[in-house]
Design a protein around this ligand. Sequence first.
Ligand code: PML
Length: 277
Amino acid sequence: MMKKLWNIRMRGSKKLISPYQPVLNPKEMHISGAEGIYEAEEIHQVVKKYINRAMNHSRGKPDKIVITIEEIKDRPKIISTLPLFTIENSSPIEGEKIARKLLQLAGISGISIYRAFEIIKKDGMRGAAIITSKKGRRLDPNRMRGIRVSRLGITDFALKRLSKRLSAHGINNETVREALVLASKVSSCEEVIAELCISDDPDYTTGYVASKYFGYVRIPKIKDKGNKIGGRAFFVNEKADIKYIIEYLEKRPIMVGEVSLCKGIIPLDEILNYYHI
Ligand code: PML
């Protein structure tokens, strides 16, 4: 019999009190988050790790940490990671240009790309925005909340393999591993064409464009250090079924069970050769 699996989620936040905010209903600033799918024996250790993480984040100290531990009822779908590449860029302007090019080649229209950058750069959105790939229509119903990708994890076997492959390029850390797992889940949804991510961590300047065509392409200087803006946008088919997408991304349990190739820094042209994926 298969062992029971548990989804553990952590979210750290802080109330923003200012003379301009209503005292009874102050805005909350997202500080940190983490999640995974685990067996029962791992719960204590993971919760400890998540609390440490919430208490020590560069976005600040939280005044609320919510940990949810929930049994997974459906058997997780097993997927592979997207192939990973890193390009070299010298400035956020160049980084943005490369992101636009990758998105354009994945079939995303200029207006949809413009809309995504506009939403991401307007600070305050907590989850990801869902934008149609041609007309740039925003489909997710709650503009401030966006969509939270959830119920995702990685098997021990895949984690070991991924850690080894990332170590070869000096990028074996939680931020890269978790972002790759998330992007791989997002990309495994048939309705999603591509994703744009800029980290909202002021100390972290790397972002990425992910798609089934080019894999997960890391862009190291997509914003300046100290800049708090950030977020995610998922580009979907123009006639996509938004209910299905939200259900898939937020509720469907997915586990990474295999790892695709992880390359180091390579020229953009070489990445574009992976168009057949
Ligand atoms: C985040 O802050 O969690 C998003 C990180 C995106 C980039 C991760 C990477 O370096 O590949």
